[in-house]
Design a protein around this ligand. Structure first.
Ligand SMILES: [Cu+2]
Length: 255
């Protein structure tokens, strides 16, 4: 077992050193259990950014999102989208809204429809897509939730999922107002226009793949791969790697 772990470490170190993805190495059995990531980047000149980590194992999907630069003191609808081209629109994409504002429906050809609403509690189906009283509030927040949906989990594993966070203060007056939303005439477009978007991918390896540390089951083999990969990340990335490990511990502790 020690030999296998060392071999995993070497392979991972080589891949990381070459700037390639931290693939599961010897842990072929844990492919479905690995973390995927999404680098959330701004749309509509929102100034927002963030990172998402997504674990999909069996029917379970665990999502963690960290944000910065969103409109403060306001709810931000956020969803997993699947469909379209499974990608985000270009950052400067314009839409049919006032002054070329990109509305949610304008970019549907890129990221498809809502398949899961990343609400803070209760229903997470597309029906809750605009349940503004059950979405995170604020400019910078950390969101974490596990949902159970076989189709959503499969869409993520297939690399078809995109995370979109909504809510843009186009006129900079500190609240959602102005013309009606394309999704719901009762809401201002500012409340529903996309603020940032990220494709859920296994390419980045912001955190190493592994079964046990996701808290969603896993095998002993997955654990070995996880420890080895984490070690390599810490050694190679220095402080950055340690930060990532700290995040993972925080994730564990909060469960
Ligand atoms: Cu959305």
């Amino acid at each position: 077992m020690r030999t296998i772990a060392r071999r995993t470490l070497s392979a991972t170190a080589l891949m990381a050193g070459a700037g390639l993805a931290l693939t599961p190495g010897a842990s072929a059995s844990t492919v479905d259990e690995g973390v995927m990531t999404a680098d959330l980047t701004q749309l509509n000149d929102s100034g927002a950014s963030g990172t998402a980590w997504v674990w999909a194992e069996g029917d379970e999907v665990k999502v963690k999102i960290e944000t910065q630069g969103l409109l403060a003191d306001s709810p931000h609808a956020q969803h997993l989208h699947v469909g379209g081209d499974s990608e985000c629109p270009p950052a400067d994409e314009e839409g049919e809204g006032p002054n070329g504002e990109l509305r949610t429906s304008d970019a549907a050809e890129y990221y498809g429809d809502i398949v899961a609403s990343l609400t803070t509690e209760g229903d997470f189906s597309p029906d809750s897509g605009l349940a503004v009283d059950r979405f995170p509030v604020g400019d910078s927040y950390t969101y974490e939730r596990t949902i159970t949906d076989a189709d959503v989990a499969q869409g993520i594993r297939d690399g078809e999922a995109v995370i979109v966070v909504h809510g843009v203060d186009h006129n900079g007056n500190g609240s959602y107002d102005g013309p009606a939303s394309d999704l719901d005439p009762e809401l201002p477009g500012e409340a529903t226009n996309p603020a940032m978007c990220g494709e859920v991918t296994d390419q980045m390896g912001a955190m190493p793949e592994g079964g046990v540390d996701t808290g969603m089951g896993g095998t002993q083999d997955g654990s070995d791969g996880m420890v080895a990969a984490a070690g390599a990340t810490a050694v190679l990335a220095g402080a950055g790697g340690l930060m990532m490990l700290g995040r993972r511990r925080a994730t564990q502790a909060s469960r």
